[in-house]
Ligand binder design. Sequence first.
Ligand SMILES: *Cc1c(COP(=O)(O)O)cnc(C)c1O
Length: 380
Amino acid sequence: MSITPDSPEDSLETLSLQSRVVSAGRPERTSDAGVNVGIELNSTFLAPGPTGYGRYGNKSWSALESAMEALESGPTLVFSSGIAAISALFSILPRGAVITTSQNGYSGTMVLLRQAEASGAAEVRYVDVSNTEQVLAALPGSTLLWLESPTNPALEVADMPTLIAAAKSQNIGVAVDNTFATPLVQQPLLMGADVVVHSLTKYISGHSDVILGSISTQDQALYQRLADVRKINGAIPGPFEVWLALRGLRTLGVRMERAQKNALEIATRLSLHPAVDRVRYPGLPTDPHHEIAKSFMKGFGAVISFDHAGGAEAADRACAASQLVAHATSLGGVESLWERRHRWSTESPTIPTNLIRLSVGIEDLEDLWSDINSALLGSL
Ligand SMILES: *Cc1c(COP(=O)(O)O)cnc(C)c1O
């Protein structure tokens, strides 16, 4: 098969991302070959051979890795979850590493960072990642700039081209959690980042039925170290999960197009709603991050956060009242989900207690709006 992780399929490079989503990670076109890579259910392989054992490699992983490589422009390793991928990366930082990062970010990552600080493994400098001057001031002496943009769930946007260039000029490593944007909206490796991390659980898989993560990097030595970590620490994906993720990925282009269209319209209507104090969505022309987002992103994603005007209890009432939008955590699936983020004790204190995060799906816009509107009106 031609889908080894470090040999990009040359013919794909001329295709648009929308076509790569559909065609990358397919088996070689030989007579009667399957159109799809199957589910490789083997824990061991006959000797002598390059793989040998199921924790070291699997054809189903390679297919998804090859597809992600085509989208992020870097050889990719798939992990058992997004947080496993992030942990693998943090685990290879030198002891005492200095990490400059956003004060708001995915709550699991924030917990990992606080643990690294508490154990003395790392020093963490928290910044407002949308305040470029503040990030630039914090950078000197850092080991790693860890960027999540847009941030979960505050939806702040970092000036990635400026920050990545500044970090690289000081020999500071740059890693980007690209879960919210997806490679269709921004490709951090092509902007100069060293590493891109995904929770494939979200938009890439797209159907709320899989937990998976990935790391992509063009740095061969780093790729090898991370491959070794996966092999030895064992945070490997299951063959069925990667197959589902690849199947989900095939429709990423149309799902993102529809979800982003719905999100912009819903964000616009929410910003006029009596139950809403403040809408955070970089696609809104009135959003403080709109101009910078527009300057380098090819879309604004489909997650909206907003502060409920009636406070935390009213926010809980709204989330419990919806009929079409499911009251659940997570994001990036075809179905719309919402929740008040502070129902989780791990959510950052910088996030307002009345903030609702809404992951907009691909349902009919008017059905969604009528559900959201009545849940919000009824909660006041
Ligand atoms: C969900 C999420 C993660 C964690 O991914 P899992 O697949 O749940 O382990 C990491 N980063 C972001 C931005 C996320 O939304």
